[in-house]
Design a binder for this molecule. Structure first.
Ligand code: AMP
Length: 114
């Protein structure tokens, strides 16, 4: 069996994180290396999907819930405007192969891509 992802270890409580919201399917916490005034990660509790392409094909309703969650959190923690980033593949900057959305808000420049 493969090792749990770092996000599964956060979900299980093994590794601490600053969790801002969760339900049965999703968890949201602050990125440990923020690249904007607000930088949250929205992560499915299942590690079944490696990237957004797999998630869109396998569970589009869960992807839609991630987007709605991002919007809600951006309204609660910033002014409601936000950038949503899914890095897909190592050469695109993905380092954790457990699908997650970067929610970036506040002080964004054109260069501040996650
Ligand atoms: P990506 O590079 O798109 O796969 O994004 C992975 C993100 O996870 C990076 O922005 C990291 O800073 C973040 N990250 C890694 N470990 C932790 C952790 N223990 N707690 C919070 N965020 C983390």
């Amino acid at each position: 069996m493969s090792e749990p992802t770092i996000f599964s270890r956060i979900i299980s409580g093994e590794i601490p994180a600053t969790v801002v919201w969760q339900n049965e399917r999703l968890i949201a916490f602050h990125d440990i290396a923020p690249r904007a005034a607000l930088h949250l990660l929205v992560v499915p509790k299942t590690e079944e999907y490696e990237n957004v392409t797999d998630l869109a094909a396998g569970n589009p309703a869960l992807l839609a819930e991630m987007v709605a969650t991002a919007a809600t959190l951006a309204a609660e923690h910033a002014n409601g405007d936000y950038r949503l980033v899914f890095n897909s593949g190592a050469s695109a900057g993905q380092t954790v192969f457990h699908v997650h959305a970067h929610v970036l808000a506040g002080g964004l420049s054109e260069e501040s891509l996650a």
